[in-house]
Each structure stands twice: as structure tokens, then as C-alpha cells.
Design a protein around this ligand. Structure first.
Ligand code: CA
Length: 499
């Protein structure tokens, strides 16, 4: 008899682990040391990879904020959970993994960014920022539906509230805490100690920063370039008037420090009188400096969570996850933002530590996506995964990253159009080497990439003769995925085309 069986009983006694699931916003894997990013050190996020596993091929199924959180909650594609575009109301009455955890002995909490147009359900406790939230002195909505303004910097407050809940939980029950970071979302206002932290660094321009988008009509027609879309005042913070809600909330000290710093930036901007490509390059540097300063605060705060787990004997029996809701462009193709099925926004960081199961330093190259997060949590909690969930548990991979049988394709579908960034809706398939994308609505064309030969996706080779057999094969696989995931809209688009 194995040691986890209690004498005289047939039911194995399983120990349900605690779960801390940190989901940040728009945090690019290119900005994380563990992913080989050289832009800044991220010692605390890296520590999760060192002590656990890092997923190199971690994808999202619809690369924007709300839909990714809806997928985390349901383990389903947007077309199944009903939340395909931002600024809607997510139906909280449907299946949520957290509600199932509640029914299985867990105490559950969500702290920080939620932004699904509704109050959370399936959580015993919540303390969420209102809507998109503010970086300084933000409003939080608590479980009693009271809105309370909190003084301080949002990332610090989210950590304090998370630790507060951990300190006051029932120590006799397992817990699941979701920490929703606002960082590193636009407009990237750093915490006071981090202002100017990267001013001495000259960041290398991505090789395709000045992309002409040749052969890629949807890429040509977007509205998300650093050159044109990134706003000088609100995003780059030159000649600021401090009248938006983010700045109205500042206390005198915060305002004085921020104003002094950005007055210096404004002075530099005025003196240099840059235009054209030189101005774009300067905006890119400004973007990097603020974005990474916001990330610096987040990494430091994740360190506080790690430290708390260390000090409270919670390392061995707690699953610790770090993900972003999607990837982000840090100047690649000349862009910021996300949405496209291209690599920088299709991929998202995904690190997980659970000493009872995962060997330290595990490097996983097998495919995983955000539909898999909910079933993985349920599986780790020894809760049966309902049939309606579309993702799969990653536990077999966590136990053996060299497992033979594993999915080797990803289905993606993006919807939000035209605002805010004029990215034409599209769906597609990614395999280990290839990517096939079908744009519809605004643009109506196919794109095909050989990722081995063209990792930065600059050459759409859909018309290239040597790939025609591969493309036919991929279209076939795409059709099967559409069928498997029951995406009626995509199915109809392709049916119309074949008629
Ligand atoms: Ca996001």
C-alpha cells in the first residue's frame, strides 16, 4: 500500500497544494532575463524559472487583456466564453475554475486588475482596481462592493493587499490567490524610486523597427506604431498638462517628483527638435525607459511575494505561476501594443514553480496556451476537469518535459476592430515551424511564414510555389482545429471561400 493511502479506506488522501497565480498585463517576454532578454535584469521572475519551469512556447489564443483573463477563468476560447473584445461585460455566471475550487475545499481570492466589466464571482474575497485602474492612488473595489481610494503606487498596493489576505486566511484550508498586476500597461507611469532608472541605457533598436510591411496588408493598415500612434503627451509625457485622471489623483509630493522628471524630458525634446526617423528613435528610447521602469517595480514586488512564501513555510506546498495576459511589441515592426498573431504578441511569459512536482531549471519547449491554465490549476488541485473546458492540463509536461505525445499546433482567433488600433480580425494556426493566418473583415487575405527561415515574420510567402503543399496541409489542419474548438464564425468564413 502506498503511503498516501489511509488504512482502512480506499480513497487516497491527496494533499491539495496552495496556488498563487500572478497575471501581469502586457509584459513582454523580451523584457525578462529568464527568456534571454537583455533589456533589464528581472531577478525575481527569473528565480521562478530557476526553481521551477519555464515554457518557451507559451501562447495566447486572442492577444488582448480582457479576453485573456476570461480565458484564464474558463479554460475556453473567446468564442466559447463570450468575451472576445475588451470593454464588454464578462458573463460571470458561466463555468469558472475558481468556483470549482471553492466547491473543493479551497479559499479563493482575486487581488488587483480584473477589468472584465463586472464584479468577480467564484472568489471568496476580492479587492480589484476599478476598470483599467490608475498607477497612483487608485480606487479599489472590495468584496462588499465598496470603492475605496488607496494612497500609493498601484503595484505596491496590490502586493500589500495580497499579503494581507494571505496573513488573514484560514490556515487549515488550501488557498488559490490570483494577483492581477496593472503593470506593465500603457501609459507606463513608473513608481517614484524607479523614475529614470534606465536613463543611462541606450536600448538597441529592433532590426525591423523601420518595417515597410511589404506583402502584409493588415500590418500596413494598423494604427499602433511608435512613430504615429504613440502620443507625445500622454505616452511619451512631453509637455504634460497633468489633467487626466492619472495625474489629478497625485498628491503634492508625487506631482512634484514626476513633474521635475518629465520637465527634464520635455526640455530635452524641445532642444533636440527631432523629426522623422530620429524622432521615432527618440520616442522608442522614452518608451523603453518608462516601460522597463514600471516592470522594475513589478519584479521587485514579485520578490516580496516570493519572500513571503519563503518566510511562511509555503514554498514546497504552493504552486507559484507567473504569466502575462499576452506578449507585447517593444519596437519590433515599429510597434507597441499586441493583437497580431505574430510572435511577440502571440507568445506570453509562463513560469511555474512547484517543488513537489517540477525539477528546478526545467526548460519546456512543448506547446502550451492560456486555455490550458485553468485545467492545469484544477489538475494540480486534484479536481476533475469538466468536459466543457477546451484546454488541457499541463501536469504531464510538468512531470516529464520530454513526454512523447503532445499537441504540436495552436489555434488563434483575434476579433477587436476597428478601434483602438485598426488591426484586422484574423485566425490561424501555428506549428513548430510554420504559421498560417487568415485575415478577414477589413483585410481579406492569407499570410504564411516559415519561422525557421524568417523568425521575425517579414516575408509573407503565401504565394511561394515551394510551400504550396505545406500550405494545403496546414489549411487542412486549420479546418480541423476550427472544428475541434467549434469556432462557427471562422468555419463560415472558410466555407464561403471554398464555395
Ligand atoms: Ca494586456
Amino acid at each position: 500500500m502506498s503511503s498516501n493511502l489511509v488504512l482502512g479506506q480506499t480513497t487516497p488522501v491527496v494533499k491539495q497544494p496552495n496556488i498563487v497565480f500572478i497575471i501581469s498585463d502586457d509584459h513582454a517576454f523580451q523584457a525578462i532575463g529568464a527568456y534571454g532578454g537583455k533589456l533589464m535584469p528581472t531577478p525575481n521572475i527569473d528565480r521562478i524559472a530557476k526553481e521551477g519551469a519555464i515554457f518557451q512556447n507559451s501562447f495566447v489564443t486572442n492577444s488582448i487583456c480582457g479576453p485573456s483573463r476570461a480565458t484564464l477563468l474558463t479554460g475556453k476560447y473567446s468564442h466559447q466564453n463570450g468575451y472576445a473584445v475588451n470593454e464588454n461585460k464578462f458573463d460571470v455566471n458561466q463555468f469558472l475554475f475558481s468556483r470549482l475550487l471553492q466547491k473543493n475545499n479551497y479559499q479563493t481570492a482575486w487581488v488587483g486588475k480584473w477589468h472584465l466589466g463586472n464584479l468577480p464571482q467564484g472568489f471568496d474575497y476580492f479587492n480589484i482596481i476599478k476598470g483599467q485602474g490608475n498607477y497612483y492612488n487608485p480606487d479599489f473595489i472590495n468584496t462588499n462592493n465598496d470603492t475605496v481610494k488607496q494612497n500609493g503606487y498601484v503595484t505596491n498596493i496590490i502586493t500589500e493587499k495580497s499579503l494581507d489576505w494571505l496573513n488573514n486566511r484560514d490556515p487549515n484550508k488550501p488557498f488559490c490567490l490570483v494577483i492581477g498586476e496593472k503593470a506593465t500597461h500603457r501609459e507606463w507611469i513608473p513608481d517614484l524610486p524607479d523614475l529614470g532608472a534606465f536613463d543611462a541605457v541606450d536600448f538597441p533598436l529592433p532590426t525591423n523597427f523601420f518595417d515597410s510591411y511589404e506583402g502584409r496588408p493588415a500590418a500596413a493598415h494598423q494604427d499602433m506604431t511608435i512613430e504615429k500612434t504613440m502620443r507625445t503627451i500622454e505616452d511619451v509625457k512631453v509637455h504634460m498638462d497633468y489633467v487626466s485622471d492619472d495625474y489629478k489623483r497625485l498628491n503634492e509630493e508625487q506631482r512634484a517628483v514626476l513633474k521635475k522628471y518629465y520637465d527634464g524630458i520635455t526640455k530635452e525634446f524641445d532642444e533636440k527638435k527631432l523629426t522623422g526617423q530620429e524622432l521615432s528613435k527618440w520616442k522608442f528610447q522614452r518608451y523603453m525607459k518608462d516601460y522597463l521602469a514600471v516592470a522594475k517595480s513589478m519584479d521587485r514586488n514579485i520578490g516580496k511575494i516570493l519572500e513571503y512564501l519563503d518566510q511562511n513555510n509555503l514554498v514546497d506546498n504552493t504552486v507559484l505561476v507567473y504569466v502575462s495576459d499576452q506578449g507585447f511589441y517593444l519596437g519590433e515592426h515599429g510597434w507597441f501594443d499586441k493583437r497580431f498573431m505574430y510572435e511577440e504578441s502571440l507568445k506570453t511569459p509562463f513560469l511555474i514553480r512547484y517543488p513537489a512536482m517540477i525539477k528546478p531549471g526545467t526548460n519546456i519547449t512543448r506547446f502550451a496556451s492560456n486555455i490550458d491554465w485553468a485545467p492545469t490549476i484544477l489538475d494540480l488541485a486534484h479536481v476533475k476537469i469538466p468536459n466543457e473546458v477546451q484546454g488541457v492540463s499541463l501536469v504531464p509536461l510538468l512531470k516529464n518535459n520530454l513526454i512523447k505525445q503532445w499537441k504540436d499546433e495552436l489555434y488563434y482567433h483575434y476579433y477587436e476592430y476597428p478601434e483602438p488600433h485598426h488591426v484586422s480580425p484574423h485566425f490561424g494556426i501555428r506549428t513548430a515551424q510554420y504559421k498560417l493566418i487568415r485575415f478577414y473583415n477589413a483585410e481579406k487575405n492569407w499570410e504564411f511564414y516559415d519561422l525557421k527561415k524568417d523568425p521575425t515574420e517579414m516575408k509573407n510567402v503565401i504565394g511561394n510555389k515551394q510551400y504550396q503543399m505545406t500550405i494545403v496541409h496546414l489549411k487542412n489542419r486549420l479546418n480541423k482545429l476550427i472544428e475541434k474548438y467549434q469556432d462557427q464564425e471562422a468555419k463560415e468564413i472558410l466555407q464561403k471561400e471554398s464555395n
